[in-house]
Design a binder for this molecule. Structure first.
Ligand SMILES: Cc1cc2nc3c(=O)[nH]c(=O)nc-3n(C[C@H](O)[C@H](O)[C@H](O)COP(=O)(O)OP(=O)(O)OC[C@H]3O[C@@H](n4cnc5c(N)ncnc54)[C@H](O)[C@@H]3O)c2cc1C
Length: 473
């Protein structure tokens, strides 16, 4: 039997279930990946994220070549073209079994169903594996066999399932043949057509080795203090692993191994490891939500009645937010971090998302789209979950009346203002206390003749406006 492995968002050789099982089948193995630029753009994938994916794919091709496996890169417009393209590819390369790791979003599931049907007609067997999450959707259900909508009971139930599951990572498979040569995957024509910019490769070098290095560094120094340092954007308090997790250069089981090095003990309550594990469980949770309630991935709010919120259509305010020019230093620093690096600290994602959806009362979907268009780690489930949480329209969302005051947030989480000053250098000479107080800030800006926008909206007025909008639902 000749096996074909289809790589999507699982760009690694270690702990890759589809690859491992294809190699274990014992015959020759070929690999394929598809560039689907139109589809990616319709999903609002950022150019940096696409470049990062391609760079990871190139490194994967080199690692596969060392195992005797050739990775072919095929270009089609969108997912709809893949069933025919993969059938043709399988026939041309005499493959009689296809291996891939499951993806759970609606378009991806439809694509995979169409591929399975198309290959069945060609008598090619299809093997799909649970690989992307720690526990796949359908295995963590409520007493009435439904999907959870609240995180805490989901987590309890998740832990119950995890404790009886083998979550240890698989090793990289052995070679199937002598090493083969691997050249550049992208032709000059593809490069010219896509015209993709780079990404911050100094912060996120491509490849699973780079991801493993970061994971080891975080496990060695950051993990134990994670619960104490994770909310402070000026320090390296979180792992920054999300871009590698998003393209699959790193697996969640490899992350779990950092928390449970001996594969037996779960982290102690209140420890850094436990707090980090919770974040990995949030990652599972939001993907389960997308499967259980597919409307959320079709731009619908989870809480149906919030569809009636009177969102403001204000391009000027939207642009001020996008460009980091709102006059709220912590929001502006956050948005500039996103624009400059393709990544934003989690605390700031909540602050920035709540500012757009509550202070500016601009539709959360516009912010969700802008984040996707900008993030290296853009992920439909996590992004949608985070936005609907912040906008109080989602599962287990923040109550609508709990509206963060950005000035209090920065006072608490960036007390000395060092994060703000890193991304808003024009505020370098402003005292820390003024960064957290609008009246003092205005006075110092005037006195020191510093050019920085006045707040686009007053916090109290904005708060009242948002509360009224939700109360009137
Ligand atoms: C409005 C908003 C939008 C977001 N958009 C995305 C997105 O597009 N892609 C994305 O991966 N995360 C998203 N998140 C979740 C979170 O902000 C990022 O995963 C995290 O900041 C990544 O940094 P890290 O790798 O240092 O995380 P760590 O704190 O080190 O956490 C480890 C991993 O757990 C996962 N994780 C952590 N927090 C969450 C969470 N709240 N929900 C789901 N998974 C989580 C990520 O894979 C992360 O890499 C969003 C959150 C909000 C509030």
């Amino acid at each position: 039997m000749s096996a074909l492995v289809w790589f999507r968002r699982d760009l690694r050789v270690s702990d890759n279930h589809a690859l491992y099982r294809a190699v274990a089948s014992g015959g020759p193995v070929t690999a394929v990946a598809f560039v689907t630029l139109q589809q990616w753009l319709s999903h609002n994938d950022s150019p940096g994220k696409i470049s990062f994916w391609l760079a990871n794919l190139q490194i994967l091709a080199e690692r596969l070549a060392a195992l005797g496996i050739v990775l072919h890169l095929e270009r089609v417009a969108d997912f709809a073209a893949i069933p025919d393209a993969i059938s043709r590819f399988a026939i041309k390369n005499s493959c009689n079994a296809l291996y891939f790791n499951s993806e759970y979003e609606s378009n991806e599931r439809q694509r995979d169903e169409a591929v399975s049907k198309s290959l069945a007609r060609q008598k090619v067997k299809v093997f799909a594996f649970a690989d992307r999450l720690l526990i796949e959707p359908g295995r963590v259900l409520t007493g009435s066999a439904g999907y959870y909508t609240v995180f805490s009971p989901f987590k309890r139930s998740w832990l119950g399932v995890a404790k009886i599951s083998d979550l240890s990572p698989l090793p990289a498979p052995g070679a199937v043949a002598a090493p083969v040569k691997s050249g550049p995957l992208l032709t000059a024509e593809m490069k010219a057509e896509m015209q993709l910019p780079g990404w911050r490769s100094d912060l996120w070098p491509a490849g699973e080795a780079a991801a493993q290095k970061r994971l080891a560094a975080f496990a060695g120094t950051g993990l134990a203090k994670y619960h104490e340092s994770r909310d402070f954007p000026a320090i390296d308090g979180t792992s920054c692993l999300s871009p590698w997790l998003a393209c699959g250069a790193l697996s969640p089981r490899q992350c779990l191994s950092a928390v449970r090095p001996d594969d037996k003990k779960w982290p102690a309550e209140g420890s850094g490891g436990e707090a980090w594990l919770s974040e990995l469980i949030w990652r599972d949770f939001y993907t389960h939500v997308v499967v259980g309630f597919p409307r959320v991935s079709r731009s619908q709010p989870f809480q149906k009645k919030t569809a009636g919120l009177p969102w403001r259509d204000d391009e000027r305010d939207l642009q001020a937010w996008q460009n980091g020019q709102t006059g709220y230093p912590i929001v502006d620093a956050a948005m500039r971090q996103l624009n400059q690096t393709g990544w934003m600290h989690n605390r700031l994602r909540m602050v920035a998302a709540m500012f757009l959806s509550k202070h500016l009362l601009i539709d959360w979907r516009r912010g969700e789209k802008y984040f996707m268009e900008s993030l290296l780690d853009g992920d439909l489930a996590a992004n949608n979950g985070g936005w609907q949480w912040s906008a109080s329209t989602g599962t287990d969302a923040v109550p609508y009346f709990r509206i963060f005051n950005p000035f209090s947030q920065s006072e608490r989480f960036d007390t000395d203002g060092s994060f703000i000053k890193r991304y808003c250098p024009e505020l370098a000479d402003i005292t820390a206390s003024a960064l957290h107080n609008p009246a003092k800030l205005a006075a110092e800006l005037a006195k020191k003749k510093i050019s920085y926008p006045a707040p686009v909206v007053d916090h109290k007025i904005a708060r009242e406006r948002a509360l009224a909008a939700f109360k009137n639902l």
